[in-house]
Design a protein around this ligand. Structure first.
Ligand code: GDD
Ligand code: MG
Length: 355
């Protein structure tokens, strides 16, 4: 089977991590995020994937080449971003399958343990034009809200509505009949969520929902990105792409963790990264060459390449860009982000948790 992977977004909610690296290539549990998706797609029977690229397009081919994780890869780039629907239509030029064959379409920022072959079976049994993977979340207003009838047929598609009618949402994995992709206008900016799905439903096409409650996460926000990486390390979602066994931490080659440090809750310690004695690092992502000095505490945070945390400093849900430096004694909390190269002098910032 062939698939299209949507990877053209700017990942703006993850800045500054995505200034130099597109979201799907961010190191996650030791490898580029997409490696986990490619490995899972391969396991589900996908043999060939067309990447629909736009933002920093050239970096994808440089990262994966023509074959990775058992899947043959092709790349189609948009000069200007065409939106999710326009990107699917554009990338379909590179498909080789027949008009009635199923094509898997994947958002490039999803970790999912759902049963793709079961989704394809629902699609084939119903003779559907499109079959959407649906899952339930607590806050559906941030997603595509997708009600279904008793037979599993989709009755509406409401993208990011402030009045969701169900907690059932679009999980970002579709099976399209190849010919249904051709109903999307060519060379135009089209949203599959706001235009294609509503118009397919309105025209009476069979659009099915495949509901599953296996592990599912969109890693598009800093908090979710950290959680996804830690969940992979902890083995909450199995991934054959992870360079190590599941456990409390993943320590990559060349990393140095002092025996006197506490590093757990799914933390990744990147190549050449250092955690000194007396430091505590919980549920975090330390990229290559990151440094955590003695007595520092880091929780739920991302330290980008070469970022440094000084002695005794505290970071709680903080993002440090490449080479950012937090001087000794600072205390940073609650979603703070330091742009690449920013240096905080000693004890410049202190956020007390009861302030
Ligand atoms: N090639 C290309 N061109 N890709 C794009 C473009 C574009 O113009 N715009 C977005 N993408 C890609 C992104 O890179 C991402 O992989 C995917 O399309 C979805 O974009 P997001 O920006 O992550 O959308 P979202 O998370 O707000 O919402 C989408 O995903 C939710 C599930 O996580 C929607 O599909 C929602 O309906 C859905 O619930
Ligand atoms: Mg997303």
């Amino acid at each position: 089977m062939e698939a299209i992977l949507l990877v053209g977004g700017q990942g703006s909610r993850l800045r500054p991590l995505t200034i130099s690296t597109p979201k799907p290539l961010l190191p996650t549990a030791g490898v580029a995020f997409l490696a986990h998706q490619l490995a899972r797609a391969h396991a589900a029977g996908v043999q060939r994937i067309v990447f629909a690229t736009s933002y920093r397009a050239e970096m994808f081919e440089a990262a994966f080449g023509t074959r990775a994780h058992g899947v043959e890869l092709a790349y189609v780039s948009e000069d200007e971003p065409l939106g999710t629907g326009g990107a699917i239509r554009n990338a379909a030029r590179a498909l080789t399958c027949g008009p009635d064959d199923p094509v898997l379409i994947l958002n490039g920022d999803i970790l999912s343990g759902h049963d793709v072959p079961a989704q394809i079976k629902v699609h084939k049994d119903a003779g559907a034009a499109v079959t959407l993977h649906l899952t339930e979340v607590d806050d559906p207003s941030r997603f595509g809200c997708v009600p279904t009838d008793a037979s599993g047929r989709v009755t509406a598609f409401l993208e990011k509505t402030s009045h969701p009618v169900t907690n059932q949402i679009n999980a970002g994995c579709y099976v399209f009949r190849r010919s249904a992709i051709d109903t999307i206008p060519e060379d135009e900016v089209v949203s599959v969520e706001r235009e294609t799905f509503p118009s397919l439903i309105a025209s009476g096409a069979v659009v099915m929902g495949y509901v599953e409650s296996e592990y599912w996460l969109d890693v598009g926000t800093p908090e979710a990105f950290v959680r996804g990486s830690c969940d992979l390390v902890l083995g909450r979602l199995a991934s054959s792409a992870m360079p190590g066994e599941p456990g409390e931490r993943l320590t990559l080659a060349g990393a140095s963790v002092s025996p006197g440090a506490v590093v757990r809750d799914g933390t990744t310690v990147g190549r050449g990264a250092v955690v000194e004695a007396g430091a505590t690092v919980l549920g975090s992502v330390l990229l290559d060459e990151a440094f955590v000095a003695e007595g520092a505490t880091v929780r739920g945070s991302v330290l980008s390449r070469g970022a440094r945390v000084g002695p005794g400093a505290v970071l709680d849900e903080v993002i440090l860009g490449d080479g950012a430096v937090v001087g000794p004694g600072n205390e940073l909390r609650g979603g703070l982000r330091l742009w690449p190269g920013i240096e905080l002098p000693p004890t410049a910032v202190r956020f007390s948790s009861d302030a």
